[in-house]
Design a protein around this ligand. Structure first.
Ligand SMILES: O=C(O)[C@H](O)[C@@H](O)[C@H](O)[C@H](O)COP(=O)(O)O
Length: 244
């Protein structure tokens, strides 16, 4: 059973959903995302969703993909990706394609390979996203223990990702320090692109990340963490799904 509690301060309407296990979280999140897709297709005959990389979000993909949904009308993009070839273990879109291509959904990569110039890769990702019907029905985010979200990381490109103009959908970034689990440059949705979503949902696990996220929300604009800086400008209510 999910326990619900409201831990966000007045500024950020964040609703926390707590589960006993990642498996329970997956059932609930797959159901919520399925509902978002269904409603979008009913309203607009198409749905665009942006889904996270890493491990926690992708743990939900299999349950989501099993649902009977109008998948042929669905486009799935990564919220961010690493500048690696699409067959590389670190590729986010590789996992996304593996999970969703069998459903009949369209999966659109935002990087075209490794060893690209980071700025050029960001421009190419942005150009590709400009071709899609916007805004996304859902931007589903993960968060690292260092407080990054999507690939908005501390480092020289943080401000550019946060302050990119409204029309800019993606940007190239080099995290500093490079995250040990995937020490490569990235492309990411900008803060403006994340905030443009009709719905924002976050999945995280573990006590450490929970503390980091609670603190970032409490700090709001004054947060030093990327997730705090992103959420401080959120106007829609957000759902945070947590499991130990
Ligand atoms: O490409 C990435 O690294 C991600 O999209 C990133 O934002 C991820 O969601 C978090 O790092 C959480 O990752 P875990 O769930 O693996 O901790």
């Amino acid at each position: 059973m999910a326990a619900e509690s409201d831990k966000g301060p007045a500024m950020i309407e964040a609703e926390w959903w707590e589960y006993d296990s990642l498996d329970e979280l997956s059932d609930a999140v797959a159901g919520d995302v399925g509902f978002i897709i269904d409603s979008a297709v009913e309203a607009r005959n198409a749905s665009l969703i942006a889904v996270p990389g890493g491990t926690t979000g992708p743990a939900v993909f299999a349950k989501l993909a099993k649902q009977k949904l109008p998948w042929k009308r669905v486009t799935v993009i990564p919220t961010d990706d690493r500048l690696v070839a699409v067959d590389n273990d670190l590729s986010n879109v590789r996992e996304i394609a593996r999970a969703f291509l069998p459903t009949g959904a369209r999966v659109i990569p935002i990087v075209s390979g490794g060893a690209e110039d980071v700025r050029a890769a960001g421009n190419a990702a942005d150009a590709r996203l400009q071709d899609l019907p916007w805004p996304p029905d859902l931007v589903w985010l993960g968060m690292g223990a260092d407080g990054h979200t999507a690939s908005i990381f501390s480092g020289p490109d943080l401000q550019a990702a946060l302050d990119a103009p409204k029309a800019r959908r993606a940007i190239g970034v080099t995290p500093d320090p490079l995250p040990p689990e995937a020490p490569v440059a990235r492309v990411t949705l900008t803060r403006a692109a994340i905030l443009s979503a009709r719905t924002i949902l976050i999945t995280i696990t573990g006590d450490q990340k929970r503390q980091v996220l609670e603190q970032a929300i409490a700090d709001g604009q004054s947060s030093k963490l990327p997730i705090g800086r992103v959420l401080a400008e959120v106007e829609q209510p957000i759902d945070i799904h947590w499991a130990p």
